[in-house]
Design a protein around this ligand. Structure first.
Ligand code: NAD
Length: 777
C-alpha cells in the first residue's frame, strides 16, 4: 500500500491538538481540527442570547484552539496564511470531514475510556487506507484499540509529539502489536521529511522513551537531593550544562513545563511500571512537592513554583521557594566552587570529568545523578527501545540534553563508569558488560562537512570540500561561524578557483550546525579599534564588500543553505548568492545597529536591488516607500521569526526555498545547483538602483527626530539611523536618481567608518563581546 498523507484530521483542540494542527499546516498539510460540542451555555453566553444550536457555540472548543494557533505570542504557526489550511468543526456536525482524511490523530484528554469511545464513534467515517494514531503521553497503545477490528489495528499507532510542537524536535512513533510494518515505515519517513522531526521508534511501555527516562531523571534528582542539603538553586547549578543538560537544569525545567505535567507523568510510571522489575518508589514525590501540587504552585503558568518572578522597586527579581518556611526567599546567587572550577575546563568532556571526579559533596551528588540515569537507561534496554541509541536521541530531541546517557557513558569512559558503579555496590546490566568494543559509539557521527567529504582546501576557520558532482562546499568553522578576514579572502579564492576549473560546477555555502553565522568578527574589529587602526577596519570592510560582490557575480551558481541564526555579515553574504535554501527555523536579520554600526558588506545595496527587482511583492508604491521599508528593517535590527517571516521582510526571495526538514539539506542544496545549471544559468550583471535621494533622506530624518523626541530611541540610535538613511536613500542626490553599486557601497562604508570612531559605538562593541547582548546607549 502506498500511503500518502495530504489531509489530516486532528481530534481535540486543546494545548497539544491545536499546536499539532498548526505544525501540520506549517508542513503544508490540510487539517480539520475537531472538538466536542459544549453541553451547556455559560451565563455570559446566555446573556448574549446565544443558543446551543449556534455554530459559534457548537464549534466553541475548536474555535478556541484555532485562536491559539493564530496567536502571535505563541508562534505555533509560521505564517498566518498557512492557517487557511485549517478547517475547524465539531464531533457531531462535521464527522464527514474525517472521510477525506489520510491521517486521523486523536489528541483528546488523557483518559482511556474517552479515547476508546472516540475511536468507536469515528470508526465508520475513517476511509480504507487512512492512518490512525493517538498522541497519548502514557496510556498503552494496545489498550486504547483493544476492542477495534483487525483492519483498524493494522493502521493504528502512537505518534507522540512533544510540547511545544513547533520547537521540540522529538516525534516518538509507537507501533501497536498489530501495526503494519508499512505504516510504521511510512510514518517514520513522513515524520522526518514532511514534519521535519527527529523520529525515534519506541515500544508500548509506560511513558514511552523520552518521558520515561526524563521523568526518572527528574524524580531521581529529587530523591537524591533529599540525602544532601542543597537548595533548588544549587541543584540547578549542579544538574545543568555540566551534566550535558540544559541551563534550566532540574527545578527550573519543572517550572517551565509545569509541576502538574511532571506529576502526571510520574503517576503513569507509578501505576503502570512493573514493581517486580524496578523500584517504583522513585516516582513517589516527597510531601512538600505533593503539597506544592495541591496548592497549585505549578511553575511559571501559576506565577510560582520552585521559583517565583517578582518585581521589587521596579526591578525584576527571582525568589526561591523554601520548603521549610513555605515562603519565597531571595536566592544566594553564589556559584559553587566545583561548578566554577569545572567551568574553567575546555569542552564538555573535560568539564564533566573534572566535575564528577572529586570527592566533595557536590561532585558525589553530581556523579550519583548521572550514574542513576545511565543505569536506568541501560536497565531499560530492550524493554523501552530495541536500540539504545534511540534513548540518546529521545533525550536530546525531547529534553534538550546536549548528550544522551550512552554518549555520556562514552565521554566518561566505558571502564571508568562500570568500575565506579561497581564500587558503589551496584550492578551493571549484562548487555553493557558484553558490549563489543567497549564503546557505545564506534565512531562519532560526522556532522561537519570537512569530516564527511574530501577536503579541497582548509584553514582553521573555514574549509572547502568536494561534495561530489562538481560541487564545492564552503563551511565556516570559526566560533559562531563569524566571518573573519581570513574566511572572506578564502571565499574569494575558492570562487575564483571554481570559475577557472572546468571540473567544478558551482558552490554550496552551508553547515550542519545549529546556526548559519552570527556575522562579522567583532573581536577582530575591536582589536583594530584598540590600536586605533581604522585603515585596517576600512580594509576589512572593503574585503567584505568584495567577497559579497564576488559571490554575486560568480560565473558559476552559488547556493547557500541556512538555518538558525543568520545575522549581520553572514546574512549579507547569503543574500548575494543565487539561491538560498532556508530551514523553517531561520532567524535572519541585520543586527549591526545593535553594535553601533550599519551593514557595510554590500548588504544594503543588495537589499535595495532586490526590492526594486520585485516591487510588487513588497507592495511598495514609490522609491521613497521602498527606501523607508528598508530603513525601518535595518534601523530596528529586525530579525525574522522564521523563514516565512524572512521572506516577508525580504531577506528571502520567492525563488528561495523553505525546507520542511533538515534531513539531507546539503544534498538538496547540491541538487539545486545542478538544477540551476540544467535550466540555463545566466550570471548576474551590474544593476543601478533608484533612490529617493535628498527628499527621502529628509523624510526619514524627520521620522528619526520624532522617535528621538519621543524618547523611543537614544541619541546614538538617531545617529546610526541617519547613517542607514543616507546609504539607503543615496543622500545628497535628487529624488529618483539611479545610483551605481559603487555609489551605494561607498555610502555603506562611509557610514560604518564614521560610526566606528565614536565612543558610543566602541562601547556597544565591547559590551556585545563581553556580555553577549546589545547595549542601548
Ligand atoms: P487539553 O486538556 O489541553 O485538551 C484536550 C482536548 O480534548 C480539549 O480540547 C477537550 O475539549 C477535548 N475533549 C475532552 N473530552 C473529549 C471527548 N470526550 N471527546 C473528544 N474530545 C474531548 O490536553 P492536552 O494537553 O492537549 O493533551 C491531549 C493529549 O495529548 C493527551 O492524551 C495528553 O496526554 C497528550 N500529550 C500532552 C502533552 C502536553 O504537554 N500537554 C504532551 C504530549 C502529549
Amino acid at each position: 500500500m502506498n500511503y500518502n498523507i495530504r489531509t489530516a484530521t486532528v481530534i481535540g483542540a486543546g494545548v497539544m491538538g491545536s499546536s499539532i494542527a498548526a505544525h501540520l499546516a506549517n508542513s503544508g498539510i490540510s487539517v480539520n481540527l475537531l472538538d466536542i460540542v459544549p453541553k451547556e451555555l455559560t451565563s455570559e453566553e446566555k446573556e448574549k442570547g446565544l443558543k446551543l444550536t449556534d455554530k459559534k457555540i457548537r464549534n466553541k472548543f475548536a474555535n478556541k484552539g484555532f485562536e491559539n494557533i493564530i496567536d502571535k505570542k505563541r508562534g505555533s504557526i509560521y505564517d498566518l496564511d498557512l492557517s487557511n489550511l485549517i478547517k475547524v468543526g465539531n464531533l457531531e456536525d462535521d464527522l464527514y470531514l474525517i472521510k477525506e482524511s489520510d491521517w486521523i490523530i486523536e489528541v483528546v484528554v488523557e483518559n482511556l475510556e474517552v479515547k476508546q469511545d472516540l475511536f468507536e464513534k469515528i470508526r465508520p467515517y475513517i476511509k480504507e487506507h487512512a492512518i490512525i494514531s493517538t498522541n497519548t503521553s502514557g496510556i498503552s497503545i494496545n489498550n486504547i484499540i483493544s476492542k477495534m477490528d483487525e483492519g483498524f489495528k493494522k493502521r493504528f499507532l502512537g505518534t507522540h509529539f512533544y510540547n511545544p510542537v513547533r520547537f521540540m524536535h522529538l516525534f516518538e512513533i509507537i507501533p501497536g502489536k498489530e501495526t503494519d510494518e508499512e505504516v510504521v515505515k511510512y510514518m517514520k519517513k513522513f515524520g522526518a521529511e514532511v514534519l521535519g522531526k527527529g523520529v525515534v521508534i519506541a515500544k508500548d511501555t509506560p511513558n514511552f522513551i523520552g518521558n520515561r527516562i526524563g521523568v526518572y531523571a527528574q524524580c531521581a534528582t529529587i530523591k537524591i537531593s533529599e540525602k544532601y542539603d542543597f537548595t533548588f538553586e544549587q541543584v540547578d547549578q549542579i544538574t545543568g550544562p555540566l551534566l550535558g543538560r540544559p541551563k534550566s537544569a532540574s527545578y527550573k525545567t519543572v517550572d517551565l513545563v509545569g509541576l502538574d505535567i511532571l506529576y502526571h507523568t510520574a503517576q503513569t510510571c507509578l501505576n503502570n511500571v512493573d514493581p517486580s522489575k524496578e523500584d517504583i518508589s522513585i516516582f513517589e514525590f516527597p510531601d512538600f512537592i505533593k503539597e506544592m501540587y495541591e496548592n497549585k504552585q505549578l511553575g511559571n503558568k501559576t506565577k510560582g513554583g520552585f521559583y517565583k518572578r517578582v518585581k521589587k522597586d521596579n526591578k525584576k527579581e527571582i525568589l526561591m521557594f523554601n520548603p521549610k518556611t513555605k515562603e519565597y526567599e531571595p536566592m544566594s546567587k553564589e556559584v559553587l566552587k566545583e561548578v566554577k572550577e569545572a567551568n574553567e575546563e575546555k569542552g564538555l568532556e573535560n568539564k564533566m570529568k573534572k566535575f564528577i571526579s572529586g570527592d566533595s559533596k557536590v561532585s558525589t551528588f553530581a556523579w550519583e545523578i548521572l550514574r542513576d540515569v545511565l543505569l536506568y537507561s541501560a536497565d531499560n534496554v530492550p524493554e523501552i527501545a530495541d536500540d539504545y541509541k534511540e534513548i540518546d536521541k529521545a533525550m536530546k530531541w525531547g529534553y534538550n540534553w546536549e548528550v544522551g546517557p550512552f554518549e555520556i557513558w562514552d565521554i566518561l569512559g566505558y571502564d571508568y563508569v562500570i568500575n565506579r558503579i561497581k564500587k558503589d555496590g551496584l550492578e551493571v546490566p549484562k548487555w553493557v558488560l558484553d558490549l563489543e568494543g567497549k564503546k557505545f559509539y564506534k565512531e562519532k557521527p560526522a556532522t561537519k562537512l570537512c569530516e564527511k567529504y574530501p577536503i579541497i582546501e582548509k584553514i582553521d576557520e573555514v574549509a572547502a570540500v568536494d561534495l561530489g558532482d562538481g560541487v564545492v562546499g564552503i563551511e565556516y568553522l570559526s566560533k559562531g561561524n563569524k566571518l573573519s578576514l581570513n574566511i572572506l579572502k578564502f571565499m574569494i579564492k575558492i570562487v575564483e578557483m571554481v570559475e577557472e576549473e572546468p571540473k567544478y560546477k558551482g558552490i554550496l555555502i552551508g553547515n550542519n550546525g545549529k546556526n548559519h553565522s552570527s556575522g562579522a568578527d567583532l573581536l577582530n574589529v575591536s582589536k583594530m579599534i584598540e590600536k586605533e587602526n581604522y585603515e585596517e577596519v576600512e580594509d576589512y570592510v572593503s574585503i567584505f564588500q568584495k567577497t559579497g560582490r564576488t559571490l554575486y557575480y560568480s560565473k558559476k551558481p552559488i547556493v547557500t543553505v541556512v538555518q538558525g541564526f543568520v545575522l549581520g555579515g553572514g546574512l549579507e553574504m547569503a543574500i548575494q548568492t543565487h539561491k538560498i535554501l532556508a530551514a523553517q527555523e531561520t532567524y535572519a536579520g541585520f543586527v549591526e545597529v545593535g553594535v553601533g554600526i550599519i551593514p557595510a558588506g554590500s548588504g544594503i545595496y543588495e537589499m535595495l536591488r532586490r526590492q526594486q527587482e520585485d516591487v510588487k511583492r513588497y507592495k511598495l508604491s514609490s522609491t521613497l516607500d521602498t527606501d523607508k521599508h528598508l530603513w525601518e528593517t535595518l534601523s530596528t535590527a529586525r530579525v525574522s521569526k522564521n523563514a516565512y517571516d524572512a521572506m516577508k521582510i525580504g531577506y528571502l526571495r520567492e525563488r528561495d526555498i523553505i525546507l520542511n526538514s533538515q534531513e539531507n539539506k546539503i544534498e538538496k542544496g547540491k541538487n539545486e545547483i545542478l538544477n540551476i545549471l540544467n535550466n540555463g544559468f545566466v550570471p548576474n550583471a551590474p544593476i543601478k538602483v533608484r533612490v529617493s535621494g535628498e527628499t527621502g533622506y529628509a523624510s526619514l530624518k524627520y521620522v528619526a527626530q520624532a522617535m528621538l523626541d519621543g524618547n523611543f530611541i537614544s541619541e546614538h540610535d538617531y545617529e546610526i539611523s541617519l547613517k542607514v538613511a543616507k546609504a539607503v536613500t543615496g543622500g545628497n542626490v535628487p529624488s529618483n536618481t539611479k545610483l551605481s553599486e559603487e555609489d551605494i557601497l561607498s555610502l555603506e562604508k562611509e557610514g560604518l567608518l564614521a560610526l566606528i570612531k565614536t565612543e558610543k559605538t566602541q562601547e556597544r562593541i565591547k559590551h556585545m563581546l563581553i556580555k553577549k547582548k546589545p547595549l542601548r546607549n
